[in-house]
Design a protein. Structure first.
Length: 132
């Protein structure tokens, strides 16, 4: 396994676990059966941090759809170099920071961490474009 695929797998696992805090809070707020029920207007709302965690998770999933193909295409075409590795590492750490910062409700840092993650994607994309 290349380091780039390692970081992709780690990123996918991390993204897959981002739902845990807000689901646990949903169980705390609504009870187990309430958390498993269909959502409706009568459902007790969760605290703001849990709603932000849910939105941060959705954002991470949306961006994984861009990141994963870039890494896979780079791997399949043999473009596994220092820049693609840096892009993967930047993306991972920035997405982790984005989730934590978004959940904490810190607006400016949230945007900056998002931008760093995008920069990681751009590094990989540039390496792909250079190969064509």
């Amino acid at each position: 396994m290349t380091p780039q695929l390692f970081w992709l797998a780690l990123t996918a696992m991390m993204t897959g676990l981002f739902f845990v805090p807000y689901i646990l809070d949903r169980i705390r707020v609504r009870g187990l059966m309430g958390a498993m029920a269909n959502p409706g207007p009568e459902a007790e709302p969760q605290p703001d941090w849990a709603e932000r965690a849910r939105l941060a998770h959705y954002n991470a999933v949306e961006n994984l759809v861009v990141f994963a193909p870039l890494v896979l295409v780079a791997h399949l075409t043999g473009i596994d170099n220092g820049m693609t590795l840096l892009g993967c590492q930047l993306y991972f750490w920035a997405r982790l920071a984005h989730y934590l910062i978004y959940t904490a409700g810190i607006p400016v840092l949230r945007t900056l961490s998002f931008a760093v993650a995008v920069a990681g994607q751009v590094l990989i994309a540039i390496e792909l474009i250079k190969a064509f």
